[in-house]
Design a protein around this ligand. Structure first.
Ligand SMILES: [Zn+2]
Length: 224
């Protein structure tokens, strides 16, 4: 962030906005604080070039753009994490303690949006579902793989093992869940790369079963 600019610059913005209005131009986004016209943005948090005020997040921002990733199932977790940290630093509510309440509120909104974007893109299941949503494909349901009885048998077996296992045997179940999740992630990656969205949707339906198994496993591990 730079120092707030001088007063004449602010008046310049106001004059520009007025001229736009006089010409009957559709009003684009403008700064909530000084009224300066702003470029529209659905990407990273941005500050007004006139008065440096933090602007509110877009109503439905593109999480891939926000996190500076290509719109693809393949993401680099290290890069994602670096981006997450740098964005969180830029909008951290602690930095806005002396700013107007409105700006503090925006910094909190940005902060929780950045958290959401990071979690959504880091987890393969939520990343895949979000990517399908962006491509206009209806959400994957567990019933999408009902026809695959071999798969359902596999899930049932792991479920039984999980129910029967004492703490010392949970490791084996944990490994089989993890191996299967990695296998499904590879298959989903390949399906998205072939642009076979129906196959990706089916595989994500399978991933949901394993996400449930993972949750059950975690719940079982807590009391130990
Ligand atoms: Zn401004």
């Amino acid at each position: 962030r730079q120092l707030p600019s001088s007063r004449p610059a602010r008046l310049g913005w106001a004059r520009l906005a007025l001229r736009g209005a006089a010409l009957g131009r559709a009003p684009g986004p403008s700064c909530w604080s000084c009224g300066a016209p702003l470029p529209s943005s659905d990407g990273p948090p941005h500050f007004c070039p006139g008065c440096q005020a933090l602007q509110p997040p877009a109503p439905r921002p593109d999480l891939f753009r926000l996190m500076d990733c290509d719109r693809s199932f393949r993401v680099d977790p290290g890069q994602l994490q670096r981006r997450f940290r740098s964005l969180q630093r830029a909008v951290h509510p602690d930095r806005f303690g002396k700013r107007p309440p409105k700006e503090q509120h925006y910094s909190e909104q940005h902060s929780s949006l950045i958290n959401k974007a990071y979690q959504t893109l880091l987890n393969p299941l939520s990343r895949g579902l979000y990517l399908l949503e962006l491509k206009g494909v209806e959400p994957a349901k567990e019933t999408d793989c009902d026809a695959d009885s071999a798969f359902l048998m596999e899930v049932m077996e792991i479920n039984e093992k999980l129910a029967e296992s004492k703490n010392k045997d949970l490791e084996e179940v944990e490994t089989s869940i993890k191996v299967k999740q990695e296998e499904l992630t590879r298959e989903v990656t390949a399906a998205f790369e072939r642009d076979d969205l129906q196959e990706a949707k089916k595989l994500l339906g399978k991933m949901k079963y394993f996400a449930n198994l993972e949750d059950k496993l975690k719940a079982k591990k807590i009391p130990s």
